[in-house]
Design a protein around this ligand. Structure first.
Ligand SMILES: Nc1nc2c(ncn2[C@@H]2O[C@H](COP(=O)(O)OP(=O)(O)OP(=O)(O)O)[C@@H](O)[C@H]2O)c(=O)[nH]1
Ligand SMILES: [Mg+2]
Length: 158
């Protein structure tokens, strides 16, 4: 069976690479823009620039069609950038969940982030997380475990 990963989508700097590194079990976070799609053990890290360029939408969708088990749309609680086209989540034929990142930073407005995710077509669940203080990470991992993404990736011989 073709192995499918967790695809991370969101604006530049929202924390995709940091979250991918954490899900994949550590590693240092590079403090620079990711230029290319990066396949990690469990993740596909989509550069923020792709989402900010409508010409790339089809490319994101076909990457997902081939390689995503589940997609996570990330909205940075600390950044107001609205980058998701309305209803974008409905373009994918796998599950799409929402993550509101950097909950430690606290300046943002959770409701605004939830509204963005809703507008982007993500019905839920939404997880408010922080890589700094650990908020929400357990719930997110339990959810990912339950949808079965790790089980099929950890299966041998594929
Ligand atoms: N305070 C705080 N900062 C975070 C958190 N997660 C990530 N960051 C910081 O946010 C910045 C951007 O994170 P990245 O993971 O590189 O962002 P990205 O979404 O991969 O960005 P691109 O590759 O440019 O699309 C880094 O300085 C991270 O350390 C968090 O939970 N809390
Ligand atoms: Mg990155």
């Amino acid at each position: 069976m073709h192995r499918r990963r967790i695809m991370l989508v969101g604006a530049t700097g929202c924390g995709k690479t940091a979250l991918a590194n954490w899900i994949n079990g550590g590693g240092t976070v590079k403090e620079r823009r990711t230029q290319d799609v990066i396949y990690g053990k469990y993740t596909i890290d989509i550069p923020g620039a792709y989402l900010e360029c409508p010409d790339m939408y089809d490319h994101i969708i076909s990457l997902a069609q081939n390689d995503a088990f589940i997609i996570i749309f990330i909205v940075d609680q600390n950044g107001a950038k609205e980058v998701y086209p309305p209803g974008f989540a409905k373009m994918f034929n796998c599950k799409v969940a929402g993550v509101i990142s950097k909950s430690d930073a606290g300046r943002g407005n959770i409701r605004r982030c939830e509204r963005q995710l809703k507008l982007a077509g993500v019905d839920g669940p939404y997880f408010s997380v922080s890589l700094l203080d650990g908020t929400g990470l357990r719930d997110l991992m339990d959810y990912l475990e339950n949808v079965g993404v790790f089980a099929q990736l950890d299966k041998q011989g594929s």
